[in-house]
Design a protein around this ligand. Structure first.
Ligand SMILES: O=C(O)CCC(=O)C(=O)O
Ligand SMILES: [Fe+2]
Length: 316
């Protein structure tokens, strides 16, 4: 494993400072480079208060330490498109974690815990802050890709499919340390904070690079939708979580998403306008989501049968 290769950390403060145009261009160049190479970077000065992130991680530890009976008071409702509420991976799952999933604070699907008492409020605040970071990053990516002003904002204006997950990964055993198997995310842009235990790893040029935990940093990864829209100009990052022995690991992931009825295909700016063939067939996002959910509910016995974005790839 490549211990000495760091994931770039990018300071977003120029985007919170009036008139720092040179700073903005520098940030955009760094983000363009990270997204073109392997789709992963970290951000600081992103607008999410450090106290809030620490408080959220600490309340999450309190919540997951409750007996199952208490946690299961937040079990998901049946009609929810994703299991909003508390769930545990089934015993036979390769992934060893339990999690609490929520949609936007205004969603009627949410089943948020009433204990610890300020957890619900802190989760909702986290969601709102992450949503703002999502909008900021989307507008930066829009400009990095050279798309018309506000193109992605208008194309992806419906925020109802965004969701956030608080995770607890169990300590590794002597024989087994998989927290989440290698994957790419299906949405647009993912934001992750992890506690000091660490364990998130990114694949770069065939090597696994650990993302070293650092308070206040948000890890950003480009996901499949952006990879398809940009016809592979920006890469959807392969990553996994490896568990450590002796300690549980806690993290939050925010999935800045796109509404299911959206048609996703490589944009003309990256295909016909530059004489490049599209690398993907178009698809409705909800169909891709359904296939990905099926991977989880009915895991194929052969790894090569797991559906990835390559399912829509056009072979050249
Ligand atoms: O817990 C983490 O650090 C990352 C989780 C993740 O990759 C995912 O849920 O897609
Ligand atoms: Fe992921």
């Amino acid at each position: 494993m490549a211990e000495n290769v760091a994931i770039p950390t990018i300071d977003l403060s120029p985007f919170f400072t009036d008139g720092d145009e040179i700073g903005k261009v520098n940030v955009m160049n760094s983000i363009t480079k990270a997204c073109s190479n392997y789709g992963f970077f970290q951000i600081v000065n992103h607008g999410v208060p450090l106290d809030l992130m620490n408080h959220a991680l600490s309340l999450s530890k309190t919540f997951f330490a409750y007996p199952d009976e208490e946690k299961q008071k937040s079990s998901p409702g049946l009609s929810s498109p994703l299991p909003a509420g508390y769930s545990k991976q089934p015993e036979n799952s390769a992934d060893k974690n339990e999690y609490l999933l929520m949609f936007s604070p205004s969603s009627s699907f949410n089943v948020l815990p009433s204990n610890p008492c300020d957890f619900k409020e802190v989760l909702e605040e986290m969601f709102t802050h992450f949503g703002k970071v999502g909008e900021l990053l989307e507008s930066i990516l829009n400009d990095c890709l050279g798309l018309p002003l506000n193109f992605l904002k208008e194309y992806n204006h419906d925020r109802s499919w965004d969701f956030m997950v608080a995770f607890r990964y169990y300590p590794a055993t002597n024989t087994e340390n998989n927290g989440i198997s290698e994957h790419e995310d299906g949405n647009c842009i993912t934001f992750v904070i992890q506690d000091e235990v660490g364990g998130l790893q990114v694949r770069k040029n065939g090597e696994w690079i650990p993302v070293i935990p650092a308070a206040g940093r948000i890890i950003v990864n480009i996901s499949d939708v952006i990879q398809v829209l940009s016809n592979n100009k920006f890469k959807s990052a392969a990553h996994r979580v490896v568990r450590k022995t002796g300690r549980s690991r806690y993290s939050f992931a925010f999935f800045y998403n796109i509404q299911g009825d959206k048609w996703i295909e490589p944009l003309p700016q990256f295909t016909e306008e530059i004489g490049e063939p599209p690398k993907y067939k178009g698809f409705y996002y909800k169909d891709y989501q359904a296939l990905r959910m099926r991977n989880k509910s009915h895991p194929p016995s052969r790894p090569e049968d797991v559906i990835h974005i390559t399912h829509y790839a056009i072979s050249s």
